[in-house]
Design a protein around this ligand. Sequence first.
Ligand SMILES: [Zn+2]
Length: 80
Amino acid sequence: MERIPYRKTHEIVGYTYDAAMHSTTCARRRFGDLVTFEGNEGIDPAYPLLDREGNPVYPLMLEEVREGDVCRDCFRRLNE
Ligand SMILES: [Zn+2]
């Protein structure tokens, strides 16, 4: 039986903005270090990020991602 690696369900695997889900890599390409909080993935609550539509950018937790959800930019699966 294949061993499933331990992962935290609150691990940030991407972000939602511009009405779509995006990988952490693509979010970093777009927002740079603004998607880093205290050295980890995340958004500093003191500096909320806004997307093109003026909506807040939200971190996407592993537990919120369904099988087959992909990044809108690179089409990489978000739960990998
Ligand atoms: Zn991506």
